[in-house]
Design a protein around this ligand. Sequence first.
Ligand code: MG
Length: 385
Amino acid sequence: MKPCRIAILGSTGSIGLNTLKVVDQNPGRFRVVALTAYNNFELLEGQIKKYKPSHVAVGPEGLDHFKSSGIKGVKFYPVVDCAEIASLKEVDTVVLAMSGTGALMPFLAAVRAGKTVAPANKEALVIAGDLIMKEARKHQARIIPIDSEQSAIFQCLEGQRSKPVSVHLTASGGPLREVPSKDFKRMTPRDILRHPRWKMGPKITVDSATLMNKGFEVIEAKHLFNLGCDQIKVLVHPEAIIHSMVEFADGSLLAQLGVTDMRLPIQYALTYPDRLPTGLKDLDLAQLGSLNFEKPDLKRFPSLELAFEAGRLAGTMPAVLNAADEEVVEAFLKGKIGFLSIYKVVEKVFLRHRIVKNPSLKEILEADQWAREEAKKIMEPRLRC
Ligand code: MG
């Protein structure tokens, strides 16, 4: 079998590093053709020496560094050219391991080039899911999600002739699940960043504290599996062992269970439709003893409902939600606003937005820009005091 040629966009982040572990776990199965990273170019240099990619994109500082590094046989690109890397003819599968809206253009380029795309990134599908799915259908590009919940749904739907009546997205409940509501206003970034189940970057950890992360996954699932928002249910499951479930007309629920390690969904996406050993420890249900479930508390976590509403309204609203959230969470992480202001500011931007239905890419990017400026304006008086 010829090795699968992969490009990893965002190779120095946690998904990128786990993807390379999957490559190591399966010698001969993959060839790393391209790597990209924004600023961790020392780590990237080690990856270049080990995996010998022929194409590498890196941020401005890294570009200067590699010019004088004497590395041979590699074509270097500025990181803004990730879309070019995602559509290289020598690439079969593109792993979108980078976070943020910067993944949108490479995602579109990859599906237009008919690649298999394995997205861990949420933002691109949240803001431009209709466009991406339309282009993917047109160019017969396959999308196999890496996000654990979406991977679980994808796996549960494999081989089914019937469409599901609903999907149940599980949520660990985030770092504030057991914190009383009265203490929310005192939560600092440090309190939030002690996340119980998954080790993730700071932005996504704050989003999992507000449950906005789950809200984005609702919008993502809507696009990936062609569902209505009312067919998507969120279920808090603190052990994070069931990664999501699918419900059929006869009332049967199919679930995917596994240890909480991203290498499992990453490897599944990369070796699909094969299943191979991961080297991870087995899931020991007897040792766990029990699994727990509860409904999400929308009063405590109103961001989740806001995301459902954005998904229902569609058009440019999800892009506005995403952009406002990105600005506001960044301000929170810098200590400029309090935890409760995250929701308040995002909701204000949401209410002020005039939706454009069936937006073009340009209209989506304009809405994104508008929402960022609006969020900053709303936060301005707070920044001064
Ligand atoms: Mg997830």
